[in-house]
Design a binder for this molecule. Structure first.
Ligand code: ATP
Ligand code: MG
Length: 218
């Protein structure tokens, strides 16, 4: 699955509003003009929130991405104690020559109320060294207090045309050959959700589609 994930904001298909906003923020941060507010990326599963968060972080941090970007998923330890330690760390100056740290909390609706509370003061940003990115599927799973402290970025299902582009790009890195009707069928069934399209593509390629002939022996 990871092979299909765009690495830069430029490679992201669709999401013009969210991507333009992230690009502007990245430029602002890089030029030292702004420390952005906490961002809340929201939209259905598989729509591209994690992809966008990582691409934004790469754009901001460049070579420092590996040591200054932290991602905490639902299955990581996000107990209130661990959250407190992470938040304490976020107030320390960033390592090496990084501009700042970026902390990305995926699936925030899965955080306990206590852990959501622990985040509140941190994301209020005391002009600190960290940018907080949060992602969720369902805004109603988030405390109002947390929501009101974040700038929302909505991720919407892609249009059929955008999905077509996404499927063709993904296809180009596989050995599969699907005809227009097969691509159209994937687009139609994926309902504007990139992860769904990639999943169907892998299924189709493995089942109905024809593989490219393998290279002749040397
Ligand atoms: N806009 C996009 N352009 C190209 N590929 C995309 C885009 N959005 C998502 N993808 C593809 O779909 C996959 C799933 O996206 P991603 O993991 O970012 O979804 P998510 O919104 O974080 O989902 P979840 O809510 O389950 O965490 C990615 O690995 C990538 O291959
Ligand atoms: Mg995600």
């Amino acid at each position: 699955m990871e092979d299909f994930r765009p690495r830069s904001l430029d490679e992201i298909v669709g999401q013009p509003t969210a991507v333009a906003r992230l690009r502007r923020l990245a430029v602002g941060v890089r030029s030292g003009r702004i420390v952005p507010p906490a961002l809340l990326l929201h939209g259905p599963p598989g729509i591209g929130k994690t992809t966008a968060a990582r691409a934004f972080a790469r754009e901001v941090l460049g070579e420092q991405y590996e040591n200054s970007f932290t991602e905490l998923k639902a299955f990581d330890d996000r107990s209130p104690q661990r959250m407190a330690a992470i938040i304490l760390g976020s107030r320390q100056p960033p390592t090496r020559r990084a501009l700042l740290r970026i902390l990305f909390f995926a699936e925030v609706e899965a955080l306990s109320a206590e852990s959501q509370n622990a985040l509140r003061p941190a994301i209020e940003g005391d002009g600190g060294y960290s940018v907080f990115l949060l992602a969720c599927n369902d805004l109603s799973g988030l405390s109002k207090a947390l929501r009101s402290r974040c700038t929302g970025l909505e991720f919407l299902p892609l249009s059929a045309e955008e999905m077509c582009t996404l499927v063709r790009r993904a296809l180009a890195i596989t050995p599969f050959h699907l005809d227009d009707a097969e691509v159209g069928s994937i687009v139609q069934r994926a309902g504007g959700i990139p992860r769904e399209a990639i999943k169907l593509l892998r299924e189709e390629g493995g089942a109905g589609g024809t593989s490219a002939p393998s290279a002749p022996p040397q």
